[in-house]
Write a protein that binds this ligand. Structure first.
Ligand SMILES: [Zn+2]
Length: 362
């Protein structure tokens, strides 16, 4: 199970500041943690960081990827009255924003603000029934003028993330916080490599674990990472939309929190390599690790880029079902995280050259 060092890492990673394009803080945390376990550390020029676990063979190269950017915002203007407007980094539904606390990183440090909303007392009935558009929202940082706002160091282009402390609830079973999408994916691959090294687990491949950047704005880090690693096979670690939430229908989201990791059978960016998909299902069965099959009709993952790298790369996406993604706070099961780590290790142990060649043989 996850030890206290793992749980400390999870908290620090999730609370780190790092929307798309601003991942340095979180990737530096990953690098520092992994220095002890990785045989090599590669930082590419877009900011993704990759950790190598050498096995008995240099090929196949296995790429495990999880993106460390979180969805956030970026300051677009400062009004005469001292309020900030913003653009979004990644996909937000405007209804989850009003009244939420945010953190803005300025050249002078972090400041707090709130995405302001009108009190109900002065809201006409027709306005109450409407969703407020993001472009009409503003952040109140407590300033009373443009000059006073400027004194905090804030300027156009500064990044913003939700303010959302990490906590563990339900007698230690469920974690609650921001940025699970997709730092939990990076966490899973880092913990898998850590255990492989600590326990001296043998594997017939070179396993590369990457904390990728800028996924939420278009899978950009996956492109440079795939170029750097030149993988023969890839497992992307992601969150899944947990469907065990009132209002979500079974055909919209199939996985449930606490019922095991998920395997995405289709999303808008990739149809997985079918022999690899079946291989993962069989390995989970052999290792007695629960696995849920899912589908995401309206989104993509880093695998969308990795599977079309060079001449193609058999790829699959494993997930940790997470409730309420793309909002200020998500919930996930720590047992699902543990099972995802175990499954990744079982796969790394079995992905030898012959098996990987079989994924694309006719
Ligand atoms: Zn996302």
């Amino acid at each position: 199970m996850l030890d206290s060092k793992s749980l400390d890492l999870m908290k620090v990673m999730m609370e780190a500041f790092g929307p798309s394009g601003f991942e340095r803080e979180v990737n530096a945390i990953c690098k520092e943690y992994m220095e002890e376990y990785a045989d090599d550390v590669i930082v590419d020029k877009l900011g993704s960081v990759t950790f190598l676990a050498k096995g008995s063979h240099e090929r196949p190269r296995l790429l495990l990827a999880g993106h460390t950017d979180e969805i956030g915002f970026i300051v677009s203007s400062i009004s005469k009255e001292g309020y900030l407007t913003f653009n979004t980094l990644g996909g937000w539904w405007s209804q989850v924003l009003l009244g939420q606390r945010v953190v803005i990183r300025t050249s002078k440090g972090l400041i707090q603000g709130i995405i302001a909303s009108k009190p109900p007392h002065i809201l006409p009935q027709e306005e109450r029934n409407k969703v407020v558009a993001t472009k009409d929202m503003f952040i109140d940082i407590g300033a009373t003028s443009e000059e006073e706002a400027g004194e905090t160091g804030v300027k156009v282009g500064d990044p913003i993330v939700p303010w959302s402390p990490f906590s563990v609830i339900q007698n230690g079973k469920v974690a609650m916080g921001k940025a699970f999408d997709d730092r939990i994916g990076a966490f899973v691959l880092m913990e898998a490599i850590r255990r492989i090294k600590e326990q001296g687990i043998e594997h017939p491949n070179a396993a590369y674990g990457s904390a990728t950047v800028q996924e939420e704005v278009g899978l950009r880090g996956a492109q440079t990472t795939a170029h750097v690693v030149d993988p023969d096979v890839s497992i992307v670690l992601e969150v899944d939309i947990a469907g065990d939430v009132p209002g979500i229908k079974p055909h919209e989201a199939q996985t449930k929190m606490g019922k095991g990791p998920g395997l995405i059978t289709y999303d808008r960016s990739m149809i997985p390599n079918q022999p690899l998909k079946e291989f993962v299902i069989n390995v989970a069965k052999q290792a007695e690790i629960p696995l849920q099959l899912s589908q995401v009709s309206g989104g993509g993952t880093d695998a969308g880029r990795i599977h079309v790298n060079r001449a193609g790369c058999p790829s699959v996406v494993l997930t940790v079902p997470t409730r309420h993604i793309h909002s200020h706070v998500g919930l996930l099961s720590l047992e699902d995280v543990e099972n995802a780590i175990r499954l990744v290790i079982e796969l790394i142990k079995r992905l030898d050259a012959k098996t990987v060649e079989g994924f694309t043989a006719l």
